[in-house]
Write a protein that binds this ligand. Structure first.
Ligand SMILES: NC(=O)c1ccc[n+]([C@@H]2O[C@H](COP(=O)([O-])OP(=O)(O)OC[C@H]3O[C@@H](n4cnc5c(N)ncnc54)[C@H](O)[C@@H]3O)[C@@H](O)[C@H]2O)c1
Length: 447
């Protein structure tokens, strides 16, 4: 005799045989690749986004995300596997919804959960009984239970019975050619056993290895710890760079030598400061929540301060290099090479280039940039446009500053034609080790 089917049985069937309809809320760096992966797996996917231009772009087969090609979008749209809308009513037909909206901080570094609140309030009004709602946005422990669950309870839905609720932090690394949605293990959790079962069924269709954890707050804090781990280690190596510079030691050579230790050492690299939507922002989510519990987060605060000071360290290097060549920063022409927050990306959110430009302008420098991935950049209301021709760009500078070491920049040309270079990424040291006494401080002068 067949066993009793649980409240999630129908949903499990639809997820397992890939006949489910999934709403993905927020079609950004996380949501759009996720929506495509779910559609490729056979589900019907409805993308919901507040931004009209993104919805129109997706429906027209124009991708705004580097990792999703126009061709892939066009195929999924033509096959009716994917569509986009601004209207949450579309989710009345959904078996599951994944929330991937932004979780920024405000000017006082306080978590801004307004998008998560808005998305969960809207979904709670439209998701049918027996459906699954998973939060993917990075956030502090407690958010799912404090924001998502009450929204559905207010509608009279009992979690685990009328609606299944899960949390699964996103680990996508935009631009990473090795690790993608499918082969990156994914932490999952459900509010109840039934919730976990359907959350696992959903993600099993697109991810090879799932890592269930015992409760939602553990899943939420896991993501924060991953990013705090990076932020703290980058701060350590940034501080170490300053120390090495004072000793006239090449920090990159030190890291390379340390990395030969087969155990107990993980290399992190110095740079012009943190960028992106995650590592500079997420630690403040935990710090804010921990303050409510009277818990200190000293490593987090300290690493935040060290990383935030890096753009001014870079500008000091530019000033010192110019000074060594009888030039002042005031009036100098300084050109940034790469303004995205990381190599091979067009993402300028929280990019250290923005702070570097601000500081250079304050000191009276004339600033321009070359970045094949970023056509324009707005800093304090001033619009900068990438100078397309690298040779012309280099010829117009007194000093070049490497901020993002994109593969698409011809670094041999940079080495040849930049009059002075501050290389925050060691790209020129890697290219031609003998050219750099200390690659981070190439501070090379060819005049
Ligand atoms: N970008 C990454 O590499 C990355 C990696 C892991 C985790 N995360 C986390 O994932 C979440 C999303 O980040 P992202 O980088 O994709 O952000 P994003 O800004 O690229 O995309 C978010 C999208 O949500 C839309 N949106 C905002 N409010 C909405 C609402 N109420 N309803 C519907 N749509 C709404 C925006 O228009 C935007 O298109 C954040 O919590 C972030 O911390 C990001």
């Amino acid at each position: 005799m067949a066993g009793k089917r649980g409240p999630n049985a129908g949903l499990l069937d639809r997820l397992n045989d890939r006949s489910a309809t999934i709403a993905v809320v927020g079609l950004g760096y996380v949501g759009l690749p996720l929506a495509c992966a779910l559609a490729e797996a056979g589900h019907r996917v409805i993308g919901i986004d507040a931004a009209a231009e993104k919805v129109q772009g997706v429906n027209a087969g124009r991708s705004h995300i580097d990792d999703v090609t126009n061709a892939q979008l066009q195929r999924l749209i033509a096959d009716k596997r994917l569509s986009a809308t601004q209207d949450y009513q579309a989710a009345t037909a959904a078996d599951a919804a994944i929330i991937a909206v932004p979780t920024p901080i405000d000017e006082y570094r306080v978590p801004d959960l307004s998008a998560v609140r808005a998305a969960s309030a809207s979904l709670s009004q439209v998701m049918p009984k027996g459906s699954l709602v998973v939060l993917e946005s990075t956030t502090y422990p407690g958010t799912t239970e404090e924001v998502i669950v009450p929204a559905f309870r207010d509608r009279g839905y009992m979690p685990g019975v009328d609606v299944f609720i899960g949390y699964s932090p996103e680990r996508i690394d935009p631009g990473n050619q090795t690790w993608n949605i499918r082969n990156t293990p994914k932490v999952v959790c459900g509010l109840t056993k039934s919730c976990l079962e359907v959350t696992i069924a959903l993600y099993s269709t697109i991810v090879e290895k799932l890592v269930p954890v015992s409760n939602i707050r553990t899943a939420e804090i896991t993501k924060l710890f991953e990013n705090i781990f990076r932020g703290v280690n980058i701060a350590l190596v940034n501080e170490f760079q300053v120390i090495c510079d004072a000793f006239d030691i090449d920090v990159w050579e030190v890291i390379q030598a340390c990395s030969t230790k087969p155990y107990g050492f993980t290399p992190f690299y110095p740079g012009p400061g943190l960028g992106g939507h995650c590592v500079p922002v997420d630690p403040f989510y935990l710090a804010w929540k921990a303050r409510q519990l009277d818990v200190n987060t000293e490593f987090i605060e300290l690493s935040g301060r060290i990383n935030a000071a890096m753009p001014s360290y870079v500008v000091r290097k530019v000033a010192s290099l110019l000074n060594g060549n009888h030039k002042s920063l005031n009036g100098a022409r300084v050109g940034l090479l790469g303004v995205a927050y990381k190599k091979n990306s067009s993402d300028v959110r929280e990019s250290p280039a923005i702070k570097v430009i601000e500081l250079l302008l304050e000191e009276g420098a004339g600033v321009s940039y070359h970045d094949p991935h970023v056509k324009s950049l707005t800093v304090n209301g001033q619009v900068f446009r990438s100078v397309p021709n690298l040779r012309d760009f280099l010829g117009a500078q007194d000093c070049a500053v490497v901020v993002a070491d994109h593969d698409s920049i011809d670094w041999t040309l940079v080495l040849q034609f930049a009059p002075m270079i501050v290389d925050t990424r060691n790209v020129l040291g890697r290219l031609n080790p003998s050219s750099a006494r200390s690659p981070q401080r190439i501070e090379r002068s060819i005049d």
